[in-house]
Design a protein around this ligand. Structure first.
Ligand code: NAI
Ligand code: MG
Length: 507
């Protein structure tokens, strides 16, 4: 089978590279591109080569203050929050069209900066973000309250309205930089909020393209402000700013907890989409021709740097050998390389730090008695000498209690366990034996068992016979337990950017 035709206009790449090196990327505040007050910039690197590909402005508290004030002025003016919902939707749809029209440039930038395969950056990143934004634009005209009949003596008219929460601080990670930024924007904007977005320091570049497109789409000045910079400076300043009404965060559980602490005094609204250690459960009656590639791509997709990655496999012992051999064969066959190469199926890890973190988990697993079935170390990739390429890895002899089984590795490393009979309570207990509860996958042709297990899993998302796949903007996304607070996407994800007001009138 020949690969599908390359939809990305790769002829843009040389000019894009030259422009990145020539001009440091700026902050976008109050509708203007500006340098950081301090004049500081930071290096942006390509994780496939280790090369510096450009520089971005390094926002600190002074820049965040300007951005938050711009967002706050815009919010209070009502220019966005009181705009007719249909008009807000039209501007969001215009931004979606601009994103689609620029999907090649966005994808090339994302692959340079993050390392992911270009097709993933194009379909999941640029095109996927445009679709998500269209979905959220639809909510502008559909958010509503309810009417009530109070039981108090007298005659009453009572209703609720949903109002935008105010200024949103949106903090996103580096694993799917563009689509995550757009999804957070989409939900906030549909609710009528204004936003200060802080992309991750590892991957700031695609958010700057977003700023350019926002400038073109016709939003009132200050509706969307984008500040590149570090977590400890720009991120922490955004969380601490008194004019920020809500923080919407995606990233590590550790940083999520620090944000909760930082918001304890102000009682800012906080939603958190955090880490996971999601189980994949394969029963003996599963369609293994689908379950095997599903489980493999659930952990090797985007090099395992996925919040919902299926990182703990539970397989029925009667099909264990077949399943592990199938996943191992896929691991060996995956083309690992520079995401710009159209043949690449798995790119590098995002940074040296992430590479060290993942290999640290591998070492600890081996020290605790795990065995490497396939992979287990750095891969030499042609032209990628400075890159962070890790071989897709399958571990056996892994069990509950090991660090690598308990903690989120966020790399292409699968821990594997077996179960002996279809005792659903025992399978659920093993799958639920984690501090996390983000996602889960079940593979079975016994739908009664599948649905019973779905009920018993403590996870915000369950997929039966579908693998981990990409999130759909219509489906609520978020976790039980330490995987987070609240939900993104769907009606709930938009309503999370509103406050409810009840109004009661004595007639
Ligand atoms: P992180 O949670 O520290 O970074 C995510 C975002 O938060 C970035 O934009 C960062 O600049 C910002 N940030 C960091 N510290 C902050 C603070 N004190 N206040 C406000 N914002 C702050 O994650 P990191 O260090 O990049 O990755 C560490 C681990 O986190 C990964 O190995 C993985 O396990 C997990 N992770 C999970 C993600 C998910 O989608 N659930 C995404 C990224 C990382
Ligand atoms: Mg980078």
């Amino acid at each position: 089978m020949s690969p599908p035709p390359m939809p990305v206009d790769t002829s843009l790449l040389p000019a894009l590279r030259a422009d990145l090196l020539a001009k440091p990327r700026q902050l976008f505040i109050g509708g203007e591109f500006v340098s950081a007050v301090s004049g500081e910039t930071f290096e942006v690197t390509d994780p496939a080569t280790g090369a510096v590909i450009g520089h971005a402005a390094s926002a600190d508290a002074a820049d965040i203050d300007l951005a938050v004030k711009a967002a706050s002025r815009c919010f209070e003016s009502g220019k966005w929050s009181n705009m007719a919902p249909a008009q807000r939707a039209r501007i969001m749809l215009r931004l979606a069209d601009l994103i689609e029209a620029n999907a090649s440039r966005i994808a090339l930038t994302e692959t340079l900066d993050n390392g992911m395969p270009l097709m993933m950056a194009f379909f999941g990143g640029g095109m996927g973000a445009a679709e998500a934004l269209r979905y959220f634009a639809g909510w502008c005209t559909k958010l509503n309250g309810e009417t009530f009949t109070p039981s108090n003596p007298g005659e009453w008219h009572a209703y609720t309205v949903r109002e935008p929460v105010g200024v949103v601080g949106a903090i996103v990670p580096w694993n799917f930089p563009f689509v995550m930024a757009v999804a957070k924007l989409g939900a906030s904007l549909a609710a009528g909020c204004t936003v200060v977005l802080k992309p991750a320091e590892q991957t700031p570049l695609s958010a700057v393209i977003l700023a350019e497109l926002v400038a073109e789409a016709g939003f009132p000045e200050g509706t969307i402000n984008i500040c590149t910079g570090f977590g400890k400076t720009a991120g922490a300043a955004l969380v601490a700013h008194p004019l920020v009404d809500k923080i919407s965060f995606t990233g590590s559980t550790v940083t999520g907890k620090s944000i909760v602490h930082a918001c304890a005094d102000s009682l800012k609204r906080v939603t958190l989409e955090l880490g996971g250690k999601s189980p994949v459960i394969i029963f003996a009656d599963a369609d293994l021709a689908k379950a095997i590639p599903g489980a493999a791509m659930g952990i090797f997709g985007n090099a395992g740097q996925v919040c919902a990655a299926g990182s703990r496999l539970f397989v029925h012992e009667s099909v264990r050998d077949e399943v592990l051999e199938g996943i191992s064969n896929m691991a060996r066959g995956l083309v690992v390389g520079n995401g710009m190469d159209p043949r690449t199926q798995m790119g590098p890890l995002v940074s040296d730090v992430q590479f060290a973190r993942v290999t640290g988990y591998l070492e600890s697993a081996l020290a605790e008695g795990a065995q490497v079935l396939v992979g287990g170390g750095k891969l030499d990739v042609e032209g990628g000498e400075g890159g962070n390429f890790l071989a897709p890895t399958v571990l056996t002899e892994t069990r509950a209690g090991m660090k690598a089984v308990e903690e989120e590795i966020f790399g292409p490393v699968l821990c594997t366990m077996t179960f002996g009979d279809d005792d659903l309570e025992a399978v659920a207990a093993a799958a639920n034996d984690t501090q996390y509860g983000l996602s889960s996958a079940i593979w079975t042709n016994n739908m009664s068992n599948g649905l019973k297990l779905a009920k018993r899993l403590k996870a915000g998302m369950v997929r039966i016979n579908g693998g981990m796949g990409g999130p759909d903007p219509a489906m609520p996304l978020g976790g039980f337990k330490q995987s987070g607070w609240g939900r993104e996407n769907g009606r709930q994800g938009v309503e999370a950017f509103t406050e409810i007001k009840s109004v009661t009138i004595n007639l």
